[in-house]
Write a protein that binds this ligand. Sequence first.
Ligand SMILES: *Cc1c(COP(=O)(O)O)cnc(C)c1O
Length: 515
Amino acid sequence: MLQPMMNTYMDTRGLNADNPAFSDVIVKGIAPGGGLFVPRDIPHLTLDDLKALAPLSYPQRAAAIYKAFGVDFPDQQIEELMAGAYADNFDDPAIAPIKEVKPGLHVLELWHGPTSAFKDMALQCLPRFFSAAVEKQAAEQGSAHDYLILVATSGDTGKAALAGFADRPHTKIAVFYPHGGVSDIQRLQMATQRGDNVMVFAARGNFDDCQTSVKRTFNDEKYNAQLAARHELRLSSANSISWGRLMPQIVYYVSSYVTMASRGDIAFGDPIDVCVPTGNFGNILGAWYARTMGTPIEHLLCASNENRVLTDFLTTGTYDISDRQFVLTPSPSMDILVSSNVERQLFELTDRDGSRIAEWMRQLRENRRFTLDPETFSRIQEVYRADSVDNATCLATIREVYEETGYLLDPHSAVAFKVAERLKGDNPVLVASTAHWAKFGANVFRALHGIAPDAALPDKVAQLSGIELDRRIAEKAGSYVPAGLDELDALPERFNQVIDGSLDGVEGALDSWLG
Ligand SMILES: *Cc1c(COP(=O)(O)O)cnc(C)c1O
């Protein structure tokens, strides 16, 4: 059986002197010095371990994997937290069901949670462990601080984090998204968020500007001291740089393999490939950890949109944003140039050489590019395949797949589906589907009607609200609009503030909210 062990964490730049446990790292978010936390020990799963997961429910599988990682909570508490995280807040009893949409192409639906994006898989789970960790610290150290969660979002994280943290004890949450850089529905989802501890800001600039300012706020010691003195708050993160976001994403890849093998899509032990629509590299890194733990995953197929920095990196060994334009695409949650979790991947592939990582990250900051050594690059190539899909092909894929199979993909999932079709070899491919199509109704409408990606919608359609358009698409396509989206038009908009995307803009906005 899985052998639980006491695990501690190291950071990707080798600067962290103590040996924090899981509960410490999820509360801290980012490591001192700007590195990212990774677990010292990665548990190994034998085929028998995988088979033993087969009869378990999704939350039970999640608990078993957390225990194997040596998470520092009692077994029973882990089980209870997982039972709360993955329950009727998801609209499918399987939590993350898998559908074979074309022969050998198995779509993993990661969007059955309350905000209809895959971020819910982690963000229904992390806040529960976060609150439990704050209480554990209070019990052990006698001092409870409250935490201010800062989130930079390209769209979906923001709402999922707000929904996860709303009214959770000992937390406040502030979300920053690029002004004009998210879909209508994504904006509405955030603007209507309930809860007394939540705040939302639109920041001028693109997602990278926004993410950079939030990261700099974390590293601004003077500002942190001031927050502590005036408000008794410490900063923490719910971005995919938090290890607490990564763990739940490992779970669904292990669980999916077990599901596919136990229902006969494959035999136990047969390899599969996994294809992931990638932005910050968190989701696909979850698959890498699942693979490293012993799940029979052969290749990881990394799918990019027109912001193809990752495709180029994985196929050339050079990460280069020195001469790259940021492009807006129909899949905004993948519109990213600086992909944070690449750092964790490189740390693992260099046998955890923190000084080499720190040097590459310095080069990326200063020269806007770095090149891997041949050894590390060949390790990348053993595992990864990558390709990118342009905007027109993305929409054409939605239409093609719908016409051939009756299955409706969102634009992010369509990018992955197309890449999976192109790169598929002998292995069945598990294609991560990361959003319900109704979050991106306007582009799904364009796709189904053969309208170009940036062309205007017909007048009649342009007049509809995002939700009305979704209802029309659903009716014609024999699909449905998830409950959390369907209610949006009826809710009051609470947040509409636009701020400057600079460090001063972010810190000033927080100050005026906190008073
Ligand atoms: C966040 C997101 C992605 C990208 O995931 P990463 O973990 O950042 O690579 C892809 N699709 C959707 C719909 C998302 O919300």
